[in-house]
Design a protein around this ligand. Structure first.
Ligand code: SF4
Length: 269
């Protein structure tokens, strides 16, 4: 029989959910945010941007290609792409048909080709061929919205940025860190809760946890190390054996070990 670590009783889970729904005290929420951040740091010590890149321009391109596509698939396409188009001028002067063929596996390749050619042209014309490192400049470029700009700032320039996409929003709302739906409001509210130096890494932690444990439809609540601090505990299966099967990724044995379910690591996948 598995033992659990930090899994709340139904009563404790209901108490936390009610407290958060009623409006948690700022101090209580700050402490809970701190505990969740520490647990995520232990769970994902190597959390990082899962898109491969060498330069800020590469990351801008990879992020554009990642729309409606997995990072794995983008990473299969980009080595050849980056070698063929090392500079903004190369995208600006690209042969459309050739570029479309290269990025076709990432889907929506016609629109993405428009964005890449437009990006290259704008970087050449407005920024002398160098990708800018300011949010207000990045968002003027074709294919780059606020989310992409924060990915680039945080990962290619080392400037803290919170990356809010639908998955990030889903998790932080489940955790009761915000009730906002608007991505910019979410970004600002989380920016108040999390120290600025942690903005980039917290984006990775949240995305890692969303992909491995806290899935949109069926989160693995019964095998989640955040369970005792999560007001949404019970959104997915709370039975450890059932939940353990939902945990994904190469970190699965480590994550199950942290949840006190190491003996279930051989089940599921
Ligand atoms: S898996 Fe369940 S307990 Fe864990 S963070 Fe998601 S909703 Fe909360």
């Amino acid at each position: 029989m598995s033992t659990s670590v930090g899994r709340p009783t139904p009563r404790a889970a209901a108490t936390l959910a009610a407290r958060v729904a009623a409006g948690e005290s700022p101090l209580g929420r700050a402490r809970r945010v701190g505990r969740i951040l520490r647990a995520l740091a232990v769970a994902y010590p190597d959390a990082h941007c899962e898109l491969d890149f060498r330069t800020p321009l590469d990351l801008a391109v990879a992020t554009i290609l990642s729309a409606q596509c997995t990072d794995e698939r983008v990473n299969q396409v980009t080595p050849g792409l980056f070698a063929a188009y090392p500079t903004a001028a190369d995208y600006a002067g690209a042969d459309r048909t050739e570029l479309e063929e290269r990025i076709r596996p990432t889907g929506f390749y016609r629109n993405k080709t428009n964005s890449l050619i437009g990006l290259g042209s704008a970087v050449v014309e407005k920024f002398g061929g160098e990708l800018p490192n300011r949010l207000e400049d990045l968002v003027t470029l074709p294919g780059i919205g606020r989310k992409t700009a924060n990915v680039i700032l945080g990962n290619a320039f080392g400037i803290p940025g919170i990356t809010v996409d639908t998955h990030f929003g889903r998790l932080v709302r489940r955790w009761g860190w915000t009730s906002e739906e608007d991505p910019v409001k979410v970004e600002h509210e989380i920016g108040e809760l999390v120290p600025k130096r942690d903005w980039t890494i917290v984006s990775h932690y949240v995305i890692f946890h969303g992909r491995r444990v806290c899935h949109a439809r069926k989160p693995a609540c019964g095998a989640c190390t955040l369970a005792s601090d999560c007001p949404a505990f019970g959104t997915g299966p709370t039975d450890p054996a059932e939940a353990a099967k939902l945990v994904k990724g190469v970190e699965r044995p480590h994550l199950l070990e942290l949840a006190g379910l190491g003996d279930l690591a051989g089940d599921g996948r």
